[in-house]
Every structure is written in structure tokens, then in C-alpha cells.
Design a protein around this ligand. Structure first.
Ligand code: TEU
Length: 571
């Protein structure tokens, strides 16, 4: 058996999702095949070979269902059809087939917390009487106070403003009732205590699993069940920064009852061969609460937002890794890691140094080169952690956040509902540059893009970075190739190296079998050059920057790494 066969044999006994590197496609912004300025499914099909060359294992595609696109498709009007601007059911069939031919898995996005207000179920609400069965599919309650003018409680929308809107029927009648929307007012929350809602979603899962989809990312997985008493929320008790999205211990997040839903979903997924998988977009107040979603009869994995939120901060990263690994071991599930997605400031910008040392959370002028340097190091380090990892389209090009979009181009409901006080998430959703000199930088055949691309992106285009060894694209390709080749990487044990110099986080990855080569995963987060201990060896496998050298001293050869640089070493 040669080395490659051994590596494959070792990997075959793990389930693919335990180590997968999953690449997120935000379809409106990935590639546009027909020139309407909106990315589409045929555009993704055209670029599958690019994804294979990058070295990913699976592609997760954000929603492409029929939708009025008030929240980029997270407002679903029909869960069993494709939005006509993005393609057809035949296109998704071709995309699944094309991905599978190339050995890539396909993960879709399911949005079970709310529908679009244009979904037939909500239209039925607007055309029926209070108390009709159609009303029982949503969280609709009488208002409080004189004339029911007050909402049923004080819950706020994650997208700013009130979490309830008064229900006005299709014929214009104003009712005494209000409907809950934890997000936009075009996204009414479903009532998951209703068996019909549960049955409908199980059928929707089967609809797509039957078409060959390998799994689902579950939107707002922690939000489906609300405290039945709908108690007021004590917003004063939590820091302002945590109210949006991640509010801990809210009566509408992470309620115990939500787990029953995922046990039912797991039964559906396990009926397929090979079994289909779930990854929850799960915001839980602690790593311990998060791990509960990964119990053996629930979700396979969840996003680890605690790690994303740790920022460029050595202590917080280490604490987050410890808590994640410890709690996932308890439930026997692999951890996951993520640094960017379609909801957060791209990490090449978020990690740029700020005067107070905290992460960039709002538009500001940043040192883009330092941000990118740190982002490259953070990605190399993340890809060395145990478990699976998520990449967001464009991070492999080192794309920065676009802060200076014109106001009239912005579409995020966060921008609209906050009346411009919160710029929202459009800045990480700008269409991808594929060719440095083409109109729309090759995003589509013509010049149109639904959000404008900065001129500086010409230099970041795929064809410009393609054969350049120092480019971020080449770094990602090298990292993913090496990750696949090393059987110590991906799922498996890790141990901290306690002789790491100041400012350095370092861990050793090993296989479960003794005597097989391990990998040291090292990041220098300090602004100084550091000498690594000679006992760590000098067999470099990967470097995030050019500032890496092997020096010989009386103690023997050792590796010196520059500021804000990560390396992998054999060891
Ligand atoms: O996001 C859920 C969520 O609560 C946050 O990520 C939120 O978008 C952010 O904190 C707002 O500032 C999911 C999707 O990822 C997001 O794109 C959707 O808008 C949202 O659900 C509603 O479906």
C-alpha cells in the first residue's frame, strides 16, 4: 500500500461531514449566467471546476427558493420551487448532478423559523377569519391595551424595530391581532407547536433529499420554539452588543422544545442511503448548550459562532477552542469552525487592527493589508483545527468588506429597518470578481451587478490571482490540498503545545493511531517576529506569509515566523 492509498483508507472510515471543508455560495452574488446582474444556478454550475480546483468537499448554497427577495431569499414563498431569477428545478437537478460527478456534496439552506409573507400559507391568513386553521400556522395573538393597539409583548426584531406587526387582512380590514416576526415584517414566524407545520417541513426535506441533496444548513435553528407564555424580554439585562442576533437566554432562542424537532428531522435524514446531514445555524448562549444540538439523534453539526466572535484575540480563541472541543467530545460530534459568512463583516476587514484592539463592527477606515495578513493567518490556523470548516465565497480571494456602497444600492432589511443607522450586511455580499478586465469583473456577461463592485477589486479577481504563488487564492489551494493529504488534519485529536512563545497559539494534531506523522498548527498573533522552539522541528508544510525562515543556532535548526503569521509543521 503506498502513502496515498493509506491516507484514503484511513479517511474512508470517517463520515464525509466530519472533516468536510464546506464552501458557502451566496447565489445572487456568485456568478451570473444571463447578464441580469443577479447570480444564478447555471452560474454556479459553470464554476464547479473552480471549486474542485480550490479543494473543497461540499458546497452549501444559500436559499434559491421562490422569494420576493426582501431578505436575500431568506424569505421563502415556495419551499419546493426555484426563484425564476435564479433558475429552475431542472437547473438545480443539473447542478446536483454536476457536483456529484465531481465528487462534491451539495448542502441546501432550509428556512423553518418563518416564511415569506407571500407564502400561500400567509396569504391564506390574510384571506380568512380570526381563529381559522390558517391562522394557527403562525404566531398570531391579540394586541394589548385599548383597541388592541399595543403588541402582545415587547419582543424586538433582530433587524431593528418591533418584533410584531398588526395584522391587516387582504381586504384592508385592520384586525385586533398582531403577528410575530423576529426578522423583517415580511417574514412571519411559524408556530412550531402546530403538527401541520411539522409535517410540511418533513415533506419538504424529503422533496429535496429525493432529488439528491446531501444535507441542509438550518436557518435560525435555535429559534423555532418560543416560550408559550410569550413573556416580555428583559432587554436591559443584556449588553446592547448582544441584543441583535445572539441574545442569550431570550424566551425565543434556544428553548428546550426545539430539540424534539431535530430528532424528527434526523429520522427523516437517516432513512436515506447515504444518510443526509444537517448543520444548524445555531446561536446558543454557551458551548455546552450548543453541543446539545449535536447529540447523536439530532443535528450532525452546528456553526460555531463563538469562535467567529472571538476575533483576533489569543485568549478568547484558546478559550473558545477548549470549550468547543470539550463539549463536542461529550456528545461525540465533530466541532466546526467558521470565520466569514453572508451575515458578518468579512474577516479580512474584521481582523484589521483598531485603536481599542476590538474587532471591526462598523464602517471605518482600516489598514487593509494588516487585516488581510491576519485573515490569512487566522484561516491557516482554523483549517488546522479538528472537525469541519466553512469558507464563504470570496474569502479565498482575500476580499475585504465593502463599506462605501451608495445608500440607494443597499438592500438589506437591516439597513432599511434601522433607517440607515445600521449599514447592514450588503458589504459582504458584493458580486465576486472573476476576471480583472471584463465588465462586472466577469461576474456576468454584461456590466450589471445587483450591488456595485469597487474598482480595486480588479486586482483581486480570480484570473489575476490564479498562477501567483503569493496570492490568497494560491494559499487557500495549498492549504486545502495539504489538509487532505495529512491524515492528522480534519477530525481527530489535538493537544496544546505548552512551550509556545508569548503571543503564539500552537497545537499538535495527531491521528488516533500511534506512530503516524502529526502536524503542528501554529499562529503568531503578536506584532513581533518569534523563534519557535527547536524541538518543534523545521519541516514546514504551509505558511500564511513569506516571513518564515529556518535558522541554525547552537541549539539546532528552528523556525522563525514573522508577525501575524501561521504555519503548519510536520511533528
Ligand atoms: O441569520 C440569523 C441571525 O440571527 C443573524 O445572523 C442575523 O442575520 C444578524 O445577526 C443580523 O444582524 C439567518 C440568516 O443567515 C440571515 O441571512 C437571515 O437574514 C436571517 O437568518 C433570517 O432568515
Amino acid at each position: 500500500m503506498n502513502a496515498t492509498d493509506r491516507v484514503c483508507a484511513y479517511r474512508r472510515d470517517r463520515d464525509w461531514w466530519q472533516d468536510a471543508v464546506v464552501y458557502q455560495v451566496y447565489p445572487r452574488s456568485f456568478a451570473d449566467s444571463d447578464g441580469d446582474g443577479i447570480g444564478d444556478l447555471p452560474g454556479i454550475l459553470d464554476r464547479l471546476d473552480y471549486l474542485v480546483d480550490l479543494g473543497i468537499d461540499a458546497v452549501w448554497i444559500s436559499p434559491f427558493y421562490t422569494s420576493p427577495l426582501h431578505d436575500g431569499g431568506y424569505d421563502v414563498a415556495d419551499y419546493r420551487d426555484v426563484d425564476e431569477r435564479l433558475g429552475t428545478l431542472a437547473d438545480i437537478d443539473s447542478l446536483i448532478a454536476g457536483a456529484h460527478e465531481r465528487g462534491l456534496r451539495v448542502i441546501m439552506d432550509i428556512v423553518p423559523n418563518h416564511t415569506s409573507s407571500e407564502h400561500r400559507w400567509f396569504r391564506e391568513v390574510l384571506e380568512s377569519e380570526p381563529g381559522s386553521p390558517a391562522w394557527a400556522r403562525y404566531l398570531i395573538r391579540p394586541g394589548k391595551g385599548a383597541d388592541h393597539r399595543e403588541p402582545p409583548n415587547n419582543w424586538r426584531s433582530v433587524f431593528h424595530g418591533p418584533g410584531w406587526s398588526r395584522l391587516v387582512l387582504a381586504d384592508g380590514t385592520q384586525t385586533d391581532y398582531w403577528y410575530l416576526h423576529l426578522f423583517d415584517d415580511t417574514q412571519p414566524d411559524l408556530d412550531w407547536t402546530n403538527p401541520e407545520v411539522r409535517a410540511e417541513f418533513r415533506d419538504t426535506l424529503r422533496f429535496w433529499f429525493d432529488r439528491g441533496v446531501d444535507g441542509f444548513r438550518i436557518d435560525v435553528a435555535h429559534g423555532l420554539v418560543k416560550d408559550p407564555d410569550l413573556p416580555d424580554m428583559d432587554y436591559d439585562a443584556i449588553p446592547e452588543s448582544e441584543i441583535l442576533g445572539v441574545a442569550p437566554h431570550a424566551p425565543y432562542w434556544d428553548q428546550d422544545g426545539v430539540h424534539e424537532i431535530y430528532r424528527e428531522w434526523r429520522e427523516v435524514a437517516d432513512q436515506y442511503e447515504p444518510p443526509r446531514i444537517f448543520c444548524g445555524e445555531t446561536w446558543a448562549p454557551t458551548a455546552e448548550r450548543l453541543a446539545l444540538y449535536q447529540r447523536p439523534d439530532e443535528l450532525h453539526t452546528s456553526f460555531n459562532f463563538d469562535y467567529l466572535a472571538a476575533g483576533w484575540n489569543l485568549d478568547r480563541m484558546r478559550r473558545s477552542i477548549d470549550a468547543t472541543v470539550e463539549n463536542h467530545l461529550k456528545v461525540g460530534a465533530p466541532p466546526t469552525w467558521v470565520l466569514s459568512n453572508h451575515d458578518v463583516i468579512r474577516h479580512a476587514t474584521r481582523f484589521a487592527p483598531t485603536p481599542d484592539g476590538k474587532a471591526v463592527t462598523k464602517p471605518m477606515v482600516v489598514d487593509a493589508a494588516r487585516g488581510l495578513r491576519r485573515a490569512r493567518a487566522a484561516t491557516v490556523f482554523m483549517l488546522g483545527l479538528p472537525g469541519s470548516a466553512y469558507l464563504y465565497q470570496g474569502e479565498e480571494l482575500g476580499l475585504p468588506e465593502v463599506f462605501d456602497l451608495p445608500d440607494d444600492a443597499r438592500q438589506d432589511p437591516v439597513w432599511i429597518r434601522s433607517k440607515g443607522t445600521d449599514t447592514g450586511r450588503d458589504g459582504c455580499r458584493v458580486p465576486i470578481p472573476w476576471q480583472g478586465t471584463a465588465p462586472s469583473y466577469g461576474f456576468g456577461p454584461g456590466p450589471d451587478t445587483w450591488l456595485p463592485q469597487p474598482e480595486s477589486w480588479a486586482e483581486l479577481a480570480v484570473d489575476v490571482q490564479d498562477d501567483v504563488e503569493s496570492s490568497t487564492l494560491s494559499l487557500y489551494r495549498r492549504a486545502l490540498e495539504r489538509r487532505h493529504a495529512e491524515d492528522a488534519l480534519g477530525q481527530g485529536p489535538m493537544a496544546w503545545l505548552d512551550d509556545a512563545p508569548d503571543g503564539v497559539l500552537a497545537l499538535r494534531r495527531s491521528t488516533e493511531e500511534d506512530g503516524r506523522p502529526g502536524v503542528l498548527v501554529v499562529i503568531n498573533m503578536s506584532a513581533e517576529l518569534v523563534h519557535l522552539p527547536p524541538s518543534w522541528g523545521d519541516d514546514l508544510l504551509l505558511e500564511s506569509s513569506d516571513d518564515v525562515a529556518v535558522v541554525n543556532t547552537d541549539d539546532g535548526p528552528h523556525v522563525v515566523i514573522g508577525a501575524e503569521t501561521a504555519v503548519w509543521l510536520r511533528g
